[in-house]
Design a protein around this ligand. Structure first.
Ligand SMILES: C[S@@+](CC[C@H](N)C(=O)[O-])C[C@H]1O[C@@H](n2cnc3c(N)ncnc32)[C@H](O)[C@@H]1O
Length: 270
């Protein structure tokens, strides 16, 4: 089994995605999507950005490595009657089913960053985007003090060291690495721009309950708990994460969660 696929098919990412819908819609509203535009949503999950793009009239293909999320995405599109939105399995490092120059816009929000072989990922995104088209990435930022970067950092401290040659997904949040990867894919630096933006996780229960959702639904957190428990450090991990979720909660109601998280938006003009 491909460990990348296994990680994301573990648990049920749709439970986390449900807390990200509003930010997904806000992001998509800002992408200049027009009727009939051909959009690829890479690492699309169950369609947090693919579905609103299709609602705006784009012709959307969502590609994701996780079969359960592809199924969930197709069900969401069908439930909304969006015949212009479909989801299929694929690997962002090797989009062999997709032809060159076939999309006006490739969007990947916390998606392609998790694929292995980042240089291949950049090449594939550039290859399938038509000249004059755009790529928009949303990437978590290493060392950022907000939620997701801290979850991944804390989790890493309780997990075994990654295998030799592993490139951290968080390097997609480093401008220098992004320029290098797209540069090797043939994109000049002046065609790449960056902006720091915020995504907000919204959940109708207390932050500790929101953490429980991560614990049972989010592959990377599930693995961290398993590793911490195996080394007798499960309670310590839980305490660190609970403190993080509580301190990051911006909701005035302690029984509801609203946590803003900073990310790097990368815009590439192909
Ligand atoms: C944090 S989730 C984000 C999902 C979605 N973009 C959203 O905003 O809700 C990461 C997604 O990337 C997908 N993914 C991870 N590695 C991938 C790969 N190699 N190719 C395609 N998708 C991948 C996962 O299955 C998962 O759906």
């Amino acid at each position: 089994m491909n460990p990348n696929k296994e990680l994301w098919e573990k648990g049920d990412f749709t439970r986390i995605a449900e807390t990200m819908r509003r930010s997904g819609e806000v992001l998509v509203a800002d992408l200049g999507i027009t009727e009939g535009m051909k959009v690829l949503d890479l690492g699309c999950g169950d369609g947090t950005t693919a579905v609103p793009a299709a609602r705006l009239g784009a012709d959307v293909l969502g590609v994701d490595i996780a079969a359960n999320l592809v199924l969930a995405g197709n069900r969401r599109a069908e439930a909304e009657g969006l015949a212009n939105c479909r989801f299929q399995e694929g690997d962002a490092s090797d989009l062999r089913d997709l032809t060159d120059d076939s999309f006006d816009l490739v969007v990947t929000i916390f998606g392609a960053m998790f694929a292995p072989k980042p240089h291949d990922v950049a090449k594939e995104m550039v290859r399938v985007t038509r000249p004059g088209g755009r790529i928009v990435m949303g990437n978590w930022i290493p060392g950022d003090p907000t939620l997701v970067a801290q979850i991944l950092k804390i989790s890493g401290a309780y997990s075994p060291p990654p295998p030799e040659g592993f490139v951290s997904p968080m390097t997609w949040g480093v401008e220098h690495d992004v320029l290098d990867r797209f540069g090797k894919a043939g994109v000049a630096p002046e065609r790449i721009s960056f902006e720091r933006r915020t995504y907000t996780f919204e959940h109708p229960a207390a932050p500790a309950e929101f953490l429980s959702t991560f614990r049972v639904s989010y592959g990377p957190t599930m693995n961290a708990y398993a590793a911490a428990e195996a080394s007798g450090r499960g309670d310590a991990l839980h305490k660190e994460l609970e403190d993080l979720f509580v301190s990051e909660n911006a909701s005035e109601d302690p029984e509801s969660t609203s946590i803003p998280a900073m990310y790097l938006q990368v815009m590439v003009a192909v």
